[in-house]
Ligand binder design. Structure first.
Ligand SMILES: NC(=O)c1ccc[n+]([C@@H]2O[C@H](COP(=O)([O-])OP(=O)(O)OC[C@H]3O[C@@H](n4cnc5c(N)ncnc54)[C@H](OP(=O)(O)O)[C@@H]3O)[C@@H](O)[C@H]2O)c1
Length: 300
């Protein structure tokens, strides 16, 4: 089969411009091989949180492209959610129509929003097969001076909201023998200074993933996580980095990641799609690094 090499975004061009064409060629082949793996049966219903930006938006588009039939997309930015919906409808291979993608706008830390996500999905689509817990934020700063409010905010979004929403979905996931994918981070499995609160939330999410996988295994529900390294999205600038700092951060990612570059959204979306699909039917409780080998490195 002949694949057309392609790069996922201009930011990747920027960070890879000093790499040899040989290493880029290897990257493209490995990447496209993964892209052929996940498939769906054209009747799955998926909920994706944080679908208005970055990894969540990319995952929504990927699931539409791979044949998921119906999507419930959540986030706070309604205009951005509408953009994601438009892209999903364009890419859908299951002939999705306008009514097949619903948007629930609001703060996912609020119980009423979590409830609305589940109720609307069930009212309109009747089932839940896939839950992608992706919405998250990062905040930096040392333990000595970081406000405990930052800790609370990180914990509320990155852990508590996931526990809350998943709890509401569990009875329905049991009916479909569905799949949960939690978006964690390399920060969940490795320690980093000055981003400790964030690391703690992702470590908690990893343990939640493993414990929940055990609890739901006998019901045929699988629970896995992806643990990305640095991925080019808005998350770091939203956390306060200016463009100069962000460019330097991506430049440094060439050293901190074994593959010599940061990743792009589509590479994480591919892994999420794989874990959500029956292609990963014998995987549960798995913390799946999608980090260009960053967890293997020991950079300071
Ligand atoms: N990018 C990376 O380098 C990286 C690395 C490892 C792990 N991750 C993880 O990947 C996930 C997605 O991050 P990203 O990089 O794609 O970031 P992003 O582009 O900033 O997107 C974050 C998403 O989460 C949503 N969100 C955040 N707080 C929310 C809240 N209180 N209520 C509802 N929605 C909320 C945002 O919605 P609105 O914009 O509509 O508010 C947005 O859709 C996060 O869990 C992050 O920790 C990212």
């Amino acid at each position: 089969m002949l694949f057309k090499p392609r790069l996922a975004c201009s930011a990747l061009f920027k960070v890879c411009k000093n790499q040899s064409s040989h290493s880029l060629g290897k990257f493209n082949i490995a990447y496209l091989r993964v892209r052929t793996m996940a498939t769906f049966s054209n009747n799955e219903v998926a909920i994706i949180t944080g679908a208005s930006s970055g990894i969540g938006a990319g995952t929504a588009e990927k699931l539409a492209e791979l044949g998921v039939a119906k999507l419930c997309l959540t986030g706070r930015n309604q205009d951005a959610l509408k953009q994601t919906k438009k892209a999903c409808l364009q890419k859908s291979t299951s002939n999705m129509k306008d009514e097949d993608v619903i948007l629930v706008t609001g703060d996912i830390t609020e119980e009423s929003i979590c409830k609305s996500v589940v109720d609307k999905t069930l009212d309109l689509f009747g089932q839940i097969d896939i839950l992608v817990n992706n919405a998250g934020i990062i905040k930096t700063g040392p333990f000595e001076t970081s406000s405990i409010c930052n800790y609370d905010e990180l914990n509320n979004i990155n852990v508590r909201s996931i526990v809350l929403l998943t709890q509401l979905c569990i009875p329905h996931l049991k009916k479909t023998k569905g799949s949960v994918v939690n978006v964690s981070s390399v920060n969940g499995i490795r320690s980093f200074a000055n981003v400790g609160y964030y690391c703690m939330t992702k470590a908690a999410l990893d343990m939640y993933t493993k414990c929940l996988a055990l609890e739901l295994a006998s019901d045929g529900v699988r629970v896995n996580a992806v643990n990305p390294g640095v991925i080019v999205t808005n998350i770091h600038t939203r956390a306060g980095m200016d463009q100069v700092q962000y460019d330097a951060f991506l430049e440094r990612a060439k050293e901190t990641h074994a593959l010599g570059r940061p990743g792009v959204v589509e590479e994480v979306a591919d892994a999420i799609a794989f874990l959500a699909s029956s292609q990963s039917s014998f995987m549960t409780g798995n913390l799946t690094s999608v980090d260009g080998g960053r967890n293997l490195m020991c950079p300071r």
